[in-house]
Design a protein around this ligand. Structure first.
Ligand SMILES: [Zn+2]
Ligand SMILES: [Zn+2]
Length: 159
């Protein structure tokens, strides 16, 4: 049991690495075509980047399906053959996906009208938001290169 919790947690952490590396090398690389609509409002003055309560899906949302697939496969195999380790990893990957969705899509980009989540005073989440918005609207070259979500340069904590 303890080992499975550890495994689930490791899968969760590993997904931050997957998200960072894919964002850097794939989404801003050969699959830029899927990601670019997520950056379409970056240069619009005033409104926050992509404050999309417009209820439209983005091409970028395809990545959710891409990341959900391994988690679903892990869970199906795990539950069918009773492999607890695979269930644990499936839960870890899915938890990361949910966390990413709530922080990135609901809290930062306000794609769903869940005000109670968007009005928060948590300093870590505020720092995540600052760091992610720096990727969308970089003031320096360094800012743009923030490709992770939960892990970001320490300077954003101090602001
Ligand atoms: Zn990006
Ligand atoms: Zn974003």
């Amino acid at each position: 049991m303890a080992l499975n919790i550890l495994l689930g947690f490791a899968a969760f952490c590993f997904m931050e690495f997957v998200a960072w590396s894919n964002h850097k090398y794939i989404m801003h690389g050969f699959l830029w075509d899927w990601h670019k609509d997520h950056h379409r409002s970056d240069s619009k003055k005033g409104s926050m980047p992509l404050n999309t309560e417009s209820k439209h899906f983005e091409k970028n949302d395809r990545f959710f399906i891409m990341y959900a697939t391994p988690a679903i496969i892990f869970l199906i195999i795990g539950l069918t053959f009773n492999y607890s380790a695979m269930i644990a990893m499936g839960i870890g990957i899915s938890s990361y996906g949910l966390t990413y969705f709530f922080i990135h899509d609901v809290i930062i980009h306000e794609r769903l009208p869940l005000r109670f989540l968007q009005k928060h005073e948590n300093s870590y989440i505020k720092a995540i938001r600052r760091a992610h918005l720096a990727h969308h609207r970089p003031k320096t070259k360094k800012d743009f290169h923030i490709y992770g979500l939960l892990v970001f340069p320490r300077r954003f904590l101090k602001q």
